[in-house]
Design a protein around this ligand. Sequence first.
Ligand code: 3PG
Length: 307
Amino acid sequence: MKILIATEKPFSKEAVNEIREICENQGHELVILEKYKEKKELIEAVKDVNGIIIRSDIIDKEVLDAAEELKIVVRAGSGYDNVDLNAATANNICVMNTPGQNSNAVAELVFGMLIYLQRNRFDGSTGSELRSKKIGLHGFGYIGEIVAHIAISFGMEVYAFSPSLSHNPEKGKEHSVVAVLTPEALYDKCEIVSLHIPANEDTKRIINYELMSRLPENGVVVNTARKEIVDEADMVRIMTEKTKFKYITDVKPNNQDEMIEKFGKRYIASAKKCGAQTSEANINAGLAAAHQIVDFFETGNAEFKVN
Ligand code: 3PG
């Protein structure tokens, strides 16, 4: 089979070499399209491949329709909002993710960015500490769990809301997290909220004025998830009203220029989404993707299928 790695934001060389070894050891051919600039390059590259490994690369109907030999797409990562699942299903293409594989990298970034901003970008002025602060985790999957463990080590009080916790309150206790039953309760209780929910039709713009207005004057929202889940106009409104409110994001909003202009040091965004951009996460997620594709072709195993 012919397997393509299509990554606008490439994996580390080490990860690519190991993916190659896994594929070639099983008799598959590996081809690579990295740092491509235009969709037409992707469309050209998918034409004769049977499997694709991607990151946040957009795999829409046009791409899927061009890939006449395609059987499987594995998103090396957790969020698969970049793949048109309906079009994939219609074309009988299996879509998988690699849940949990890059979670630690994302969880560590939450604290890297949080400390950087709470210490005023290390500019020498008086900042604030994390110890004893209440952090709310909006979403409690693999990343939320690791964020909870790190937050507890910092001496923070950890609250969490997720439907999975509401259905299984014991899970909160296992992680020393106070599970709350509604998002509203989370924002009422906490000073800092870290977002760990996927982007889909149910979650678009749900981080809105109503929720954020429950945070205190010096509230902080940390977004290492997706830009689509935050209502950008509401963020501007809340940061205008609450003059110490901060927004930290690894996913640049559409209104980045306005945010920088209006809120200066209270706002920070990564230059390019870097939550999962560590060599360890590249290896974990990339190799998991390679193993899943190889196994799918060999045994039909579709354990991580999402469509
Ligand atoms: C994910 O959903 O796994 C993360 O957002 C990482 O995305 P990336 O592979 O584009 O860095």
